[in-house]
Design a protein around this ligand. Structure first.
Ligand code: ATP
Length: 236
């Protein structure tokens, strides 16, 4: 796909957000190495309250947690390292070739992550916070009932080269991970606002400024309503 065919501007769909409380919420996603974390930090610096799904996943899977116990029952005690922490590489190896085990894993982890996300969202209920839910696998996990979705978009080969250059990945590893993620097109199809990250960091900052202005311009739901539950395929 040529970049000229990609939507570079706010796509303008789903004009209103579906939350019934005063806080306004946005989902943020993007492929591996697209620049999600960089964008999340830039939006947080502009005032967004960041809720980081990956960090929550790590927390709910901490040593001794109920989630880790359930995971060990479903996937085998071999996923727990001698120090009691999770062996993420072993989990990845097990579920890579076993869709049933992947479904079991999702059915354990997603509800716990969503509960914790809801707890953190509820804290901001009745405030005028602008909450940013950073969910790398938003499209893949079938998250529903999120507010407007911001997608960080990048040519996959540029993502490969940035991860190889800055983060020490091997190109083959990045490409293998990309194959297991949603396609660029599927992700863009969920986007209400696209942040292209094919340029330098100055260009990204300026696009983030536009995004923040767009976020601030979205109509806020009436305060006082309930927190609308987020759902995902693994949790339902
Ligand atoms: P992951 O999927 O691994 O969590 P990510 O989508 O969160 O990655 P980042 O970690 O934000 O992506 O960015 C990937 C790498 O590219 C980082 O080293 C980051 O500093 C760098 N990077 C991000 N945007 C740019 C840019 N516009 N110019 C140059 N480097 C960039």
């Amino acid at each position: 796909m040529h970049s000229s065919t990609l939507p570079a501007q706010n796509l303008g769909r789903r004009a209103h957000l579906r939350y019934g409380h005063g806080v306004i919420e946005f989902g943020l996603t993007g492929g591996i190495g697209s620049g999600k974390s960089t964008v999340a930090e830039l939006l947080a610096a502009r005032g967004a309250v960041l809720i980081d799904a990956d960090a929550i996943v790590r927390e709910v899977q901490a040593a001794g947690s109920p989630v880790l116990v359930l995971m060990a029952e479903a996937l085998g005690a071999g996923i727990v390292l001698p120090d009691g922490t999770l062996d993420r590489a072993e989990v990845a190896r097990i579920v890579f070739s076993d869709p049933a085990k992947l479904a079991s894993l999702n059915a354990i982890v997603h509800p716990a992550v969503i509960d914790e996300m809801t707890r953190r969202r509820t804290v901001h209920n009745d405030t005028d916070a602008t909450v940013l839910l950073d969910i790398p696998l938003l499209v893949e996990s079938g998250y529903e009932n999120l507010g407007a979705v911001i997608v960080v978009d990048i040519d996959p080969e540029l993502a490969v080269s940035r991860l190889v250059q800055h983060r020490g990945f091997s190109a083959d590893d990045v490409r293998a991970r990309m194959k297991r993620q949603a396609s660029r097109e599927d992700r863009l199809a969920r986007a209400d606002f696209v942040i292209q990250n094919g340029g330098d960091l100055a260009a990204l900052e300026s696009r983030v400024d536009e995004c923040w202005a767009w976020m601030c311009g979205q109509p806020r739901p009436e305060p006082g309503g309930p927190v609308v539950p987020i759902r995902s395929r693994g949790a339902n």
